[in-house]
Ligand binder design. Structure first.
Ligand SMILES: [Zn+2]
Length: 125
């Protein structure tokens, strides 16, 4: 495959790895929060939720919200991992769906984008 352009994948990889760490940290915290084990931040959590019913436990609605946020983080994390794989195998920056180059401006805004804006839009309806 002939490379049509040169992307600074070293910098992008660094950004993606940092993003990955951030996401994993977020997910870990959300996990701790929903499962009630969070020895280090228990006091903070208890304070947060005091006003909502006097119990540190999350109610069903909040648990659902946290689960939705966590799912969102996991989706992004999956995309970050895919992007990292694509850097490794040299296909980074091309659209998964149509195979065209993803505009650099889009990659700078969304380093884990694996589809061009057009395909993304079509896929999400
Ligand atoms: Zn595309």
């Amino acid at each position: 495959m002939v490379r049509k352009r040169k992307l600074d994948t070293r910098k992008l990889k660094q950004e993606l790895l940092e993003e990955k760490e951030r996401l994993e940290e977020h997910i870990r915290r959300l996990d701790d929060r929903t499962s009630g084990r969070d020895p280090l931040n228990r006091d903070v959590a208890a304070r947060d939720f005091d006003e909502l019913g006097g119990d540190a436990a999350l109610d069903t609605a909040e648990r659902g919200q946290v689960a939705a946020i966590e799912e969102n983080f996991r989706d992004i994390l999956a995309a970050v991992n895919t992007a990292l794989e694509k850097i490794e195998n040299g296909s980074y920056g091309t659209c998964d769906r149509c195979g065209k180059d993803i505009p650099k401006s889009r990659l700078e805004f969304l380093p884990y984008a694996t589809q061009c804006a057009k395909c993304r839009k079509e896929l999400s309806g």
